[in-house]
Design a protein around this ligand. Sequence first.
Ligand SMILES: Cc1cc2nc3c(=O)[nH]c(=O)nc-3n(C[C@H](O)[C@H](O)[C@H](O)COP(=O)(O)OP(=O)(O)OC[C@H]3O[C@@H](n4cnc5c(N)ncnc54)[C@H](O)[C@@H]3O)c2cc1C
Length: 392
Amino acid sequence: MNTAKIAVVGGSLGGLTAACLLRDSGHDVTIYERSPHELEQRGAGIGLLETTSRYLVERAGLSLDQVSIATDHIRYLNRDGSVASDSAHRYLFSSWNTVYRRLLTHWGEDRYKLGHEMHSFDQTPDSVTVRFGDVITEIDLLVCADGVGSTSRRTLQPNAGEAYAGYVAWRGMVPEHELSTELASSLTDAITYFVYANSHILVYPIPGIEGSVEPGDRLINFVWYRNYLEGGDVDDVLTDRNGVRRDLSIPPGLATDHHVAEVRATARARLPRSLAELVERTEQPFVQVVYDIDVERMAFGRVCLIGDAAFSARPHAAAGTAKAADDGWTLADALDDADDVPTALREWEPKQLELGRSLLERTRQVGRRSQVDNSWEPGDPDFIFGLYEPGR
Ligand SMILES: Cc1cc2nc3c(=O)[nH]c(=O)nc-3n(C[C@H](O)[C@H](O)[C@H](O)COP(=O)(O)OP(=O)(O)OC[C@H]3O[C@@H](n4cnc5c(N)ncnc54)[C@H](O)[C@@H]3O)c2cc1C
């Protein structure tokens, strides 16, 4: 296809990956991000699947060991700290910040428009008009990568399924050098799980805040899934220390003292000592809510939804950023192969719908087995990370 003028709305990992790919295909691409500052998520960890790192390795000239840390075991602990199961499995872990910084550096500052919140858009058969306050642009294709709280999804598909999963993730990280050598080394060669009644926690090493992967600079990251009843219970945990009820997360430093105290006390009471120590030493634990978001369509004429703006699956497959990247790779290919934007989007949509649905279904099952049914036995291969299926 000839050069298309493209706006990507949302400058996080999904939007950046898609924008880089579309630019590589020769299109005229601008990213619009509502945040007035470059994004920062204080280093939270991500399981790094191949599709997420593919752009950095194939097009940005980076090696995996520059952006990630490898672990060689999947280890489950018993409550007393002894090992319940240990199997050889290689995972790569990184952090949101590390991948974002690398992608943004590759993209460059030009055409990364901060402080541009999309307020509305409309389209004719020939173009899309997008409004960011006073700034109005006319383009050939609008790629909406505006995340789990996407207003584009709500505009395009007001009836999309959006449901609270019944639990949140308490998260945090501790610098490796603040832990005893023995504890740090027991948590850096593996992903470590503890599964217990209606809950589980996982722990893995990630790059330091500045992206260093050197031993001693790394962080040990935990993700602890805990159930909160819909209504008062979840409202309370999602109300920050300033009294503001938040929808998606409580950022570091804003959880209320009583919730932080409760989390630390529960860690002491319920978790193996090593994992409890990690939770207790975390200065600013934070919260991310787990949602199931299900769409019927991703393509609408000259507008499409990608990443969490389309499907947002529970994090148990560690595949959210990989799915967003896959949407970008396939979108660039579809535009290369088609004569016009609407045809490309029509051709692109079915496989991405299938991918989103299968990931959503698989991660719902993991969530149900862990948080409701208690049918997750240590070492179960169904729980291995993967975008397309466990381990892939
Ligand atoms: C507890 C937890 C653990 C996770 N673990 C992993 C993991 O291990 N591995 C993994 O791959 N994924 C993981 N994920 C999922 C991953 O974080 C998401 O899938 C991923 O961030 C989605 O990227 P995105 O670019 O689609 O959206 P987002 O990262 O949500 O970005 C959306 C962007 O759009 C911007 N925006 C929103 N509205 C507008 C607007 N109107 N105008 C302009 N800009 C706008 C926002 O400011 C934001 O920058 C996890 C998620 C959770 C909750």
